[in-house]
Design a protein around this ligand. Structure first.
Ligand SMILES: Cc1ncc(COP(=O)(O)O)c(C=O)c1O
Length: 392
């Protein structure tokens, strides 16, 4: 039996030396990186040599994706996380601690609201809520302890478009953190409007194929270094494969976002004229409360989400609508390549009481539609048929 190390299975599987690099970036599916000696380890720790030590801290796939989101958002630096919630939690835990105040929009993704409740009850963070369409309310909430304010570019699920510039101005030196999951850098770059940090659920449009769980953040070099350090100790980092998939998805982001935003606006017009719905929420519609901000700040549309209220019948009507439309599935996500629907009252906002949901305008008949890449006429036909079934 050979005594060569390579002959033992435990030591097999070398990184090949290539004279021609791969045309597509490889996945660095490794827990750790081999370090030649303690001098190099010291250089890696001090940052005088670039490299990676352990994938929970950093990995070439994280780095590449972090650089991509930074470039797209016009930021100095980026970071990637195991999910959008990982990104929001890492930013919140970096910027604030016990006794500090966070101001957040009252109408946000339900789990972000849930996270804020946790920070308040378990970590003694003082969370203040406001109507993000009214930035003048901020002056009454700002205290010396306020560490940041968190809003979404376009709120979920009622599609309120936030005036980011007015919000950043009202906050003064307090950093504005913006969740741009619904819009992506293809439709808006929050840092250009005065935000300090932008966060994303990469599980949505940035990847765009419904097969990834990932989060991203972009901001200044110093902020992102601190956020990455938080993410390392709390274990919030992304894995290499999902970073790689998201990097691949990003390549088609401009085409996908333009197409989806155009289809969504057309579908909103169609639904607005349909007898089978009580209300349509989309910023392109004149009756929408934030139509003017959308027209001014989002020349290419506000993304692929439109929400509708059925005419009545509560959750039973919603179930009937779902059964009548098998082509457009109910799925607890958004931003897949295919069109899906969701029911905020029982999914993202299901943890709230009926009274709390009512206060933020989420009724049992509200359905959120995430428009995908199918031809829009086909979607109109499928929605029309389901709405007609309900009317019978
Ligand atoms: C606006 C928004 N932010 C954050 C998240 C959380 O992202 P993830 O599911 O990747 O944790 C979501 C998820 O739907 C979302 O819609």
């Amino acid at each position: 039996m050979s005594t060569e190390p390579e002959s033992h299975p435990a030591r097999m599987g070398h990184v090949p030396e290539l004279s021609t690099p791969p045309s597509s970036p490889p996945i660095f599916q490794t827990t750790a990186f081999d370090i030649p000696d303690l001098d190099v380890l010291g250089q890696l720790h001090s940052g005088t040599t670039e490299g990676h030590i352990y994938t929970r801290d950093s990995n070439p796939n994280h780095k590449a994706l972090g650089q991509s989101i930074a470039a797209l958002e016009g930021a100095d630096s980026g970071a990637v996380f195991a999910s959008g919630m990982g990104a929001i939690a890492a930013v919140a835990m970096t910027l604030s601690g016990a006794g500090d105040r966070i101001i957040i929009a009252r109408s946000m993704y339900g789990i972000t609201l849930k996270l804020m409740r946790r920070l308040a009850t378990q970590f003694d963070v003082d969370v203040a809520y406001y109507d993000a369409t009214q930035p003048q309310q901020l002056s009454e909430l700002l205290t010396p302890e306020t560490k940041f304010c968190l809003v979404e570019t376009v709120s979920n699920p009622l599609l309120e478009v936030i005036d980011l510039r007015a919000t950043a101005e009202a906050l003064g030196s307090v950093p504005l953190v913006v969740d741009s999951t619904f819009t992506t850098p293809e439709l808006v770059r929050p840092l250009d409007h005065g935000a300090a940090i932008v966060v994303h659920s990469g599980s949505k449009y940035l990847n765009g194929h419904g097969d990834v769980m990932l989060g991203l953040a972009a901001g200044s070099r110093i902020q992102m270094k601190r956020v990455r350090a938080t993410s390392s100790v709390f274990g919030q980092n992304a894995n290499p494969f999902e970073s790689w998939l998201t990097q691949r998805g990003l390549r088609t982001l401009p085409l996908r976002m333009r197409q989806i935003a155009t289809s969504c606006t057309e579908l909103a017009d169609f639904l607005n004229a349909h007898d089978g719905v009580r209300a349509v929420f989309h910023p392109s519609l004149e009756q929408h409360g934030t139509h003017e901000v959308a027209v001014r700040d989002y020349p290419h549309g506000t993304g692929g989400i439109v929400s509708i209220e059925l005419k009545g019948g509560g959750k039973e009507a919603v179930s009937e609508f779902m059964r009548a439309m098998p082509e457009i599935p109910f799925s607890a996500t958004l931003a897949d390549s295919r069109t899906t629907i969701s029911h905020p009252a029982t999914t993202s906002h299901g943890f709230m009481s009926a009274q709390e949901r009512q206060e933020i305008g989420i009724c049992d008949e509200l359905i959120r539609i995430s428009v995908g890449l199918e031809p829009v006429d086909r979607l109109k036909g499928e929605l029309d048929r389901a709405l007609q079934t309900l009317a019978r």
